[in-house]
Structure formats: structure tokens, C-alpha cells
Design a protein around this ligand. Sequence first.
Ligand code: OGA
Ligand code: NM2
Ligand code: ZN
Ligand code: ZN
Length: 371
Amino acid sequence: MTMSTDVINTVRIDDLELPALWLRDACPCAACRHAGSGQRLHSVLALDPGTTVAAVHIDGDVVDVTFVPDHTARFSLAWLRAHAPGCAPVFDDRSERARRPWVAADLPNGVPTVAWSDLRGDGRDPGGRLGALRDLTDLGVLLVRDVPVVPGSVLDVARTIGFVRTTNYGDLFDVRVEPQPINLAYTGRAIAPHTDNPYREPIPGVQLLHCLSSSANGGENVLLDGFSVAAVLRREDPAAFATLTTTRLTFRYDDDRTALRASGPAIELNADGDVRGIRWNDRSIEPPQVPVHEVGEVYRALRAFAAVLARPELHLHLTLAPGDCIVFDNTRILHARTAFADGAGARHLQGCYADLDGLASARAVLERTGR
Ligand code: OGA
Ligand code: NM2
Ligand code: ZN
Ligand code: ZN
């Protein structure tokens, strides 16, 4: 089928509406886009705002478009359907809408689990790696089993899902009782549900904790889905929910060599009003810097959030054994641990951070190649 008129500003194919300027920008030819990376080879200034279409020819899945000024582009109709303006889903949507929020009862078998060899992609289950990356993305948690009980292995696990994010705590950090702790993590105290490093910008998107040895006496972990916590608050106390989405809280960490501060809402919304992130840590929150008449409501909302966090039905319990490594979305999942006292065995975890973009990329590459 060939359509030809003097000036076409918008191409219509069935229910698709494709503005000429948008089509010209999307041209995938080797003069417009670099073949290997898909990177655009010219600036937006090189796109003529007066671009129109002179002719469109459709043959099965192949759509040829001739532009004024002179250029021709060949598209796949399937690609146009998937990418047309207003039709494509947001690729990097990490909000509650694009995920699977859970409470403990939704995971009767506990945290989704993968063997270390399967996560690497050379184990017995050929679909293990993709399944694990999907679980980690959608549920926000993953337990990797049979990681060698060797210091530093946590970095190997991180490198199979992304890139290690070095911080003031190092490439990796040891979580165990220390004589001069620079963080409450390095004591035997209980730690309430929190996300790590809210005093940093950007906050590390992924956290890993690898168990090298466990204490016989306490030190159990709890995980909660912050998207579900926020949903409970939105339903039961909309005023507190609104306060926590609009109040900028400041978080702080200081030691001899370090002075970190960052601020943001405890519950972060995207432009559509969906929850996309949780920032919460009792240890590092500063007294709120808000107008005096708002102080009372902010504390009321903080208490309401903490009260939901304390609900047992949201708590997924797990006890890490040597060789277990939990991986979770640190912008969504809160983690906690009970107090412990080292006796016969001393509790020792090694942790590190990575970012969510690396995870999204690892998953997308697997989905693209089917391996
Ligand atoms: C932490 C932490 C968990 C644990 O160090 O931030 O949450 O199980 N540790 O010790
Ligand atoms: N550690 C374990 O964000 C935090 O301060 C939690 C982080 C010290 C790297 C602890
Ligand atoms: Zn082109
Ligand atoms: Zn922590």
C-alpha cells in the first residue's frame, strides 16, 4: 500500500499516530544511529522542525517512509507499534505499579532462592539466572545459596548482577562486633527496619549481605516490602502518607573521615503519584527542619510509619546460614536484625552495594538474547 500526498504531518497506520518529526528522529539507518550502540549521531538541532512526510509504503512488517527534506527511513511495523509516542511503557519504571508488592503471607516459601552456580549461569537450571533476576526486580529480594564461605565472595555475587558501588565503608564492609564501632551495625544491638545510606545521594540501589558465620544466639534477619508499608499507610492514614511524601527529611552520617548529608521524602512518588522509593533509617534521621506549625504533624506521620513497620504480618523472617547471601532493592525493601551475643560462634557478614541500573541491564540483556 502506498500513501502519497503533498504534505503529511502525521502518519496514521491503523490506530497508530506517528508525527513526521518523531518518525524522522526515530530513523534507525546507519547515517542516523550508530549501529552497535543505537546512539543518535546528530543533535536535535539537525532535526528540521518543518519535517513532513512525502510518502509511506507498507509491505507486511516493513514500513518505508520518505521525508521532506529528503531522507528515507525503513521501520518494522512491530517496532513502531511497541514504541509509538504515548504507547510505550516507561522502560525504567521502578514504581509499585511495575513491581509485585508483597507481605510475608505472599511468600510462604520465604525469600525466592537461587543457587550461586545458577545465578552465574553455569549451574544445572538453564532458566535459573533469568528467574532470579526477575524475582529480584519484581519482588525486590533474592537469596543466593551455596556462595563460597570465603571472604570477598560477596563482591563476586554483586558482579553477576551489576557493578560494585564503593563507599566510605569500602568496596565491601564487614558486619560483626567491633571494639570501636563506627556504625551501630558493628555492634550486637538489634537494628530496626531501615534502608541503608539515606544520607547519600544517590542512595545505593542494591544491597548484598553474605553470611560467613552466624551466631547461635540471635542475629536473625527480617525483610519487609516498603511498597506494602506505604500502601497500608495510604489506606489507613492518608494524611500521614501525604505528609511523608511531601516532607523533605535530612539524613546524616559522620565519622572522623566522613561527613555525609542528603535529604528527601520518606516515601517518594513518581510524576504519576505512584510510590517509587522508601528512605528510612532511625539511626541517621535528623530532627525535621520544617516550619514550626508542621512539626507536630511530621512526628505524628513518622510515628504512624514506624507503627506500620512494626506489624508482624509484614515481617518476613530469615536466618542466614554460612554461604547464604541476601540481595535486595535498597530503595524499596527494609531490613532489620535482632540483637545477638557472640558465644561459641561469632556472627560475621560481609556486605556491599551495587545499583539498580546494572540489575535492569543484566536482566534486559538476558531477555534480549534469551539466555
Ligand atoms: C546493616 C544491617 C544487618 C545484619 O549493617 O545496616 O542492617 O544482619 N545489618 O547485621
Ligand atoms: N554499614 C553496614 O546505612 C547505614 O548506616 C547502615 C551500613 C555500616 C555499611 C549501615
Ligand atoms: Zn536515517
Ligand atoms: Zn542495614
